[in-house]
Write a protein that binds this ligand. Sequence first.
Ligand SMILES: [Zn+2]
Ligand SMILES: [Zn+2]
Length: 274
Amino acid sequence: MPSWELIITGCGTSHGNPPIGYPAEWSQDPRDQRRRSGAILLGPEGRVVLIDTGPDLLHQLRDPDRSWDGTSYPRHCITRCDGVLLTHDHADHSHGLNDLRHLNRLMGMATIPIYGNDLHLEALVRMFPYCFGFGEEVYRTYLPTLRTIGVRDGEPFAVAGLEVVACALSHGVAGRTTGFRCGGMAYLTDLKTLPPESETQLGGLDLLVLDMLREQPHDTHLCWAEALEVIARLRPRRTVLTHMGHEVRYRAWESRMPPGVVMAYDGMRLTFTA
Ligand SMILES: [Zn+2]
Ligand SMILES: [Zn+2]
């Protein structure tokens, strides 16, 4: 059973935290400075799998654990990508796609596969046709070189030797998203409800990364009470909350966490068995 590492490279909601234009809601706590949500999985022999490619991707690749001093060469930067697991096509999860082009070049122009549900992959190709070999060819050597691989819910597939199972999540009025289970870990973001057929795929987890937007209910995301309900149903050993709004201030909220549940912060590292 190989051991993989998960880095939460961003745990903020769609606009990033804290939001500009609200000086009264600013926070001095570095744990409240959250990039758009995403994660990096690090495997044996330097293998790298990304979960989502949000608008902060460049910063997440340059400084995944937020330990960079801002001037010297960043020691932990990511220079390779063996595949991307796409939860859905919303801008806060996909609009950093263009930044994969630098990794293509660092990998000798190797194509990077993007795994996800066909609905989301088709939307990605519509939004970024030039990344998939369509449209303008004049500057081809400077463009990302990507390909899509559709996956079916509940059917295992392998990315860089990591076995992954996709499961359908309901994003409320925003449609469906995809959660990913990799061995003892599952990453479930942007969900309002967990469909029963997916719940059966998520038993016996060691580590659950789960959407939790804020205290008040929301049309498309789990609020605090709903997240606790999902945790009570799935009973994972550890849970990490992500995709949090600026209202969820780390210092004020940490004492509310029940045993086995913690808030993410950008740069958090966790290990799991694949
Ligand atoms: Zn989102
Ligand atoms: Zn979304």
